[in-house]
Design a protein around this ligand. Structure first.
Ligand code: NAD
Length: 539
């Protein structure tokens, strides 16, 4: 550590955000939980699961647990509903999504409460989910017909072969989602599946099932047939494989470790899967960056949803010539973030979701510090604010032996590294097996895009943290390398839920010896035709 870096260290505690009079118990009353619980497909004796509110540790919900037999029932109901749904005009299905868009914006406060109660995140970060789900609803509500329309393709023999590529729904999509963005990663990802004519059997994380159940109710209000979206609940290793076992296609979002297991099960059944997995995302501050904007963007990049965001930044590479200036701004802003769990806007960061998350964050920071890293700000839990609060933390002097260097922390912890050349920065950013998201800051947008092209990640944000690329719902979003397979959003995001079907109609003459042609004459005719078609630049 240099002397100047020592001067950047803050010792103060992050301030507490103003509280709110509204409590989890009043925002999520037992009657609401009981109503939402009716949306779980669970038939037999109720075997109950309980969740707690991360913000306070109090009991939040008691829900029925689905058995493997319940998952089978869910698929039966979904399959039946899907047949009728797929036969409806695509404009009808789009209309449901557009009505959902309007209802979601109108009733957003209900779901913001639920998301905060289930995840502990700040309301502003919960709102990101409303934004993302609304963007997906609008996009697929408007574009599905054009994504799915039949397309004329060149036939085997020009003029004589009329060929059309059509898109058919897969059938029932098995969707497994994590707890960190419970609205966006349940309904947001299901919308294109519905628009394409599928049903969905969804296993949300139990911790955040209320949010998914609420979204299901709202989509039904918007016109979705109730059986089309089945929600099953239970332990991941028990219910998750059952969801894969009956699906026609799997859409999985979660850790790379679980994703590998899901991929193997899907492969054994010869069904397709899209896998949206973990990351160890990097942010590059080039020497010509606007340092105020970069520092402000980096705070958002690292600490939204307390860093429990797959595309959030856990590594910052800053050019040595501007490192001290950038760090001064970045650590000061980080140390000033207001922490709190009020069910109202006003906090800059909320709490972690679970003991497990708190343990990982604490372990990564403590191990790094023991091995010689320096805490520039943060680095401690804040039990005075709630059981699972941890301060936004900036580490300097992190080396490869430390787990925090290359493992996904999935918490509010970022490590800072300095570089001298662009090549060095690109190589370092690309040095993990992951490849989800990255961010580049430069006053020269063209230079930023040139650096972006060299980064091995599915999305790159130039002069923004993550929302520019994620919010561009017309363009694909997903991971390279260990960060996943397949893409959500754009045409990829809906076509993954379809099978391509080619329908070719042959006219006038068959594709074999005919009209008395011998085999030799037929072969000679086609050889001449092939040569001519190439000369005529047929594709
Ligand atoms: P996880 O893999 O533990 O769980 C994800 C889901 O899979 C949960 O619903 C869980 O119950 C279920 N599950 C667990 N074991 C299973 C099994 N054997 N078979 C089938 N399903 C099973 O992940 P998590 O800790 O809940 O979520 C955090 C991870 O998700 C992080 O790694 C994060 O980066 C990643 N994530 C990725 C994206 C993305 O878009 N790339 C988005 C959000 C989160």
């Amino acid at each position: 550590m240099t002397d100047t870096t020592a001067a950047r260290q803050t010792t103060g505690r992050n301030p507490a955000a103003p509280g709110s009079a509204r409590t989890v118990a009043s925002a999520v009353p037992a009657a609401l939980v009981a109503r939402l619980a009716k949306g779980v497909t669970a038939t037999g004796e109720p075997d109950l699961v309980h969740t707690t509110a991360p913000l306070t540790g109090e009991r939040l919900a008691t829900l029925p647990r689905s058995t493997p037999a319940d998952v089978e029932v869910a698929y039966q109901l979904a399959r039946r509903a899907q047949k009728t749904w797929a036969a409806l005009p695509v404009r009808h299905r789009q209309g449901v999504l557009l009505r959902f868009h309007d209802l979601l914006l109108k009733r957003q406060d209900e779901v913001l409460d639920l998301i905060q109660a289930e995840t502990g995140k700040a309301r502003l970060h919960a709102f990101e989910e409303v934004l993302a789900a609304a963007l997906a609803a609008r996009h697929y509500g408007r574009k599905t017909a054009s994504y799915l329309r039949d397309r004329r393709r060149g036939g085997a023999v020009p003029v004589l072969t009329h060929t059309v590529e059509a898109r058919r729904p897969k059938g029932v999509v098995g969707q497994i989602s994590p707890w960190n963005y419970p609205l966006e990663l349940s309904v947001g990802d299901a919308l294109p599946a519905f628009a394409a004519g599928n049903a969905v059997v969804n296993k949300p994380d139990t911790q955040t099932a209320l949010t998914a159940l609420w979204a299901r109710e709202l989509l039904i209000e918007a016109g979705l047939p109730a059986d089309l979206w089945q929600i099953v609940i239970g332990d991941g290793p028990v219910v998750g494989p059952e969801v894969v076992a009956h699906a026609d296609y799997v859409s999985f979002t979660g850790s790379t470790r679980t994703g590998r297991d899901v991929a193997q099960r899907a492969a054994a059944r010869l069904i397709g899967a899209s896998l949206e997995l973990g990351g160890k995302n990097a942010l590059l501050v080039l020497e010509d960056a606007d340092l105020d904007k970069a520092a402000e963007g980096a705070v958002r990049a690292c600490f939204s949803s307390a860093g429990q965001l797959c595309i959030s930044i856990e590594r910052i590479y800053v050019h040595r010539s501007v490192a001290e200036e950038f760090l001064a701004r970045f650590t000061a802003r980080t140390a000033a973030l207001r922490l709190g769990g009020g069910l109202a806007y006003g906090a800059d960061m909320g709490s972690l979701v679970s003991e497990r998350q708190l343990e990982t964050v604490t372990r990564h920071v403590e191990e790094a510090v023991k091995a010689g890293a320096t805490v520039l700000t943060g680095g401690r839990a804040r039990p005075d604010l709630g059981p699972l609060f941890y301060e936004p933390t900036v580490l300097d002097g992190v080396t490869h032996e430390m787990a925090v260097c290359e493992e996904e922390t999935f918490g509010p912890v970022v490590s800072v590294y300095r570089f001298d050349t662009e090549d060095e920065a690109v190589e370092a950013a690309n040095s993990t097996p992951y490849g989800l998201n990255s961010s580049v800051w430069s006053r020269d947008a063209r230079r930023g895009r040139a650096v972006a092209a060299r980064l091995h990640t599915g999305t790159v944000n130039v002069n923004e943290a993550y929302a520019a690329a994620y919010g561009s719902v017309a363009a694909p979003m997903g991971g390279m390398g260990d960060s996943g397979l397949g893409r959500r959003h754009g045409s990829d995001g809906i076509l993954r839920y379809t099978e391509a079907q080619t329908i070719s109609t042959q006219r006038v003459m068959p594709l074999g010896p005919s009209f008395g042609l011998s085999d030799e004459k037929f072969a000679a005719l086609f050889t001449t035709s092939l040569k001519a078609l190439k000369v005529l630049r047929f594709k």
